[in-house]
Ligand binder design. Structure first.
Ligand code: GLU
Length: 449
């Protein structure tokens, strides 16, 4: 590995040992871009990599809210404006009890390169709170969102920073956040959040975009292998918005999602999460706030495996679509032992670095990285920003066609970037290199700061 890259990784390990997810993502991205640093000595001269691992701005804020019994609660809110070289900071808000600076920073760092891959003018950011939405009433969620936005509104804006959803933040939360922003500003700045409802500036297809984009990307991979999606079985994780989108598109294209997971275990449905009733039920499960996948097994009479992950199931395609570090080395070994050819990451950093290294060594296995595969979500968010600034609403067909094109281009760009450095069909390195190059060029051209 390039000596400068090694030094920066060591520096990050030393400085951020208490933020393991952040160290993990820096190591993953920077080890891929080593050949680019070899070819561009000016990056070391400008100490570009040390600048890249330091967020431009990151802050916390107090979020106080009242529950239905009249009890007061205090949570921590975060926003990390990681890199604005390519455009306004853009990235979701995550509401989950395990949120702390290391999670927000890893997500903001990933987001910077992912957003670059979309080809659209958006910088990288991320935010959220350690608030736990599970079991909260609608009124509690609304009060929390209003308090969160009251603290955040003066630091965001359509040309400054445009938050969206992530785990625990969907259309309902974005609605409450947007309502509060509008109330505080006394202005309809409709490009300030994305993932809005269709009646007030939201883009059609945005709710589906991450899942649809992931399936479009999978189709590009299959196409490259002269294979087809028809008849394929897919193991997914989670039962949130992303998995829902995958189920819809996979079903439409003749494939079957056979597993879902939750904090309580996983379900196996050999017929596939494939009917409208089943797919709609995912939305119901999520809205219930129970956060249990067992509900699906009870309702549709399929097998439930308590406390287990779905990575031992024999399928054609594995798509970890729930959260970070969901696939560990022992799972990776199971996946390889099952002879699975397609490992398509969907959630942000779902694979531990040792598991990823192991999978990349497997002959005949194709590994696709989440920052490319899930980029359609934020890509359609950028299309929502365009529609908002034009004061237009595009049809679902127009947005879907653009999303499809975007995913094709991301795959193509990754293939070309890896080939340029003699790495063959390496989608992980290719995505890191392609995403990095644009951010690096923009930072260099904008001078040192
Ligand atoms: N949270 C999503 C992501 O990880 C979406 C971000 C957005 O739409 O701004 O990319």
């Amino acid at each position: 590995m390039n000596a400068y890259v090694e030094r920066v990784i060591e520096y990050v390990k030393k400085k951020h040992g208490d933020e393991p997810e952040f160290v993990q993502t820096v190591e993953e991205v920077f080890s891929s871009i080593s050949p680019v640093i070899d070819a561009h000595p000016e990056y070391e001269k400008a100490d570009l990599l040390t600048r890249m691992v330091e967020p431009e701005r990151m802050f916390t804020f107090r979020v106080v809210w009242r529950d239905d019994e009249g009890q007061w609660h205090t949570n921590i809110g975060y926003r990390c404006q990681f890199n604005g070289a390519l455009g306004p900071y853009k990235g979701g808000l995550r509401f989950q009890p395990n949120v702390y600076p290391g999670i927000i920073k890893f997500l903001g760092f990933e987001q910077t390169f992912k957003n670059s891959l979309t080809g659209l003018p958006i910088g990288g950011g991320k935010g959220g709170s350690d608030f736990d939405p599970a079991g909260k009433s609608d009124a509690e969620i609304m009060r929390f969102c209003q308090s969160f936005m009251t603290a955040l509104y003066r630091y965001i804006g359509p040309d400054v920073d445009v938050p969206a959803g992530d785990i625990g933040v969907g259309g309902r939360e974005i609605g409450y956040l947007f309502g509060q922003y509008r109330r505080l500003k006394g202005a309809w700045e409709n490009g300030v959040l994305t993932g809005k409802g269709a009646t007030y500036g939201g883009s059609l297809i945005r709710p589906e975009a991450t899942g649809y984009g992931a399936v479009y990307y999978l189709c590009e991979v299959l196409n490259h292998e002269k294979d087809t999606i028809e008849g394929k079985t897919i193991a997914c994780a989670g039962f949130g918005n992303v998995t829902w989108g995958i189920c819809k598109k996979a079903t439409e294209l003749g494939a079957k999602v056979v597993t879902l997971s939750g904090p309580d275990g996983y379900i196996y449905d050999p017929d596939g999460v494939a009917t409208k009733e089943k797919i709609d039920y995912l939305v119901e499960m999520r809205a219930s706030g129970r956060n249990k996948v067992k509900d699906y097994a009870d309702k549709f009479g399929v097998q439930f495996f308590p406390g287990e992950k779905p990575w031992g199931v024999k399928v054609d395609v594995v798509m970890p679509s729930a959260m970070q570090n969901d696939v560990h080395l022992e799972h990776a070994k199971q996946i390889a032992a099952n002879g699975i050819k397609y490992y398509i990451e969907v959630a942000n950093m779902p694979t531990t670095n040792d598991a990823l290294a192991f999978l990349l060594e497997q002959k005949g296995m194709i590994v696709a990285p989440s920052k490319a595969v899930n980029a359609g979500g934020v890509g359609v968010s950028a299309l929502e920003m365009s529609q908002n600034s034009e004061r237009l609403v595009w049809t679902a067909e127009e947005v879907d066609a653009q999303l499809h094109k975007m995913m094709k281009t991301i795959h193509e760009m990754s293939v070309e970037a890896a080939e340029e450095y003699g790495l063959g069909y390496n989608l992980v390195a290719g995505a890191n290199i392609a995403g990095f190059k644009k951010v690096a060029t923009a930072m260099m051209e904008q001078g040192c700061f």
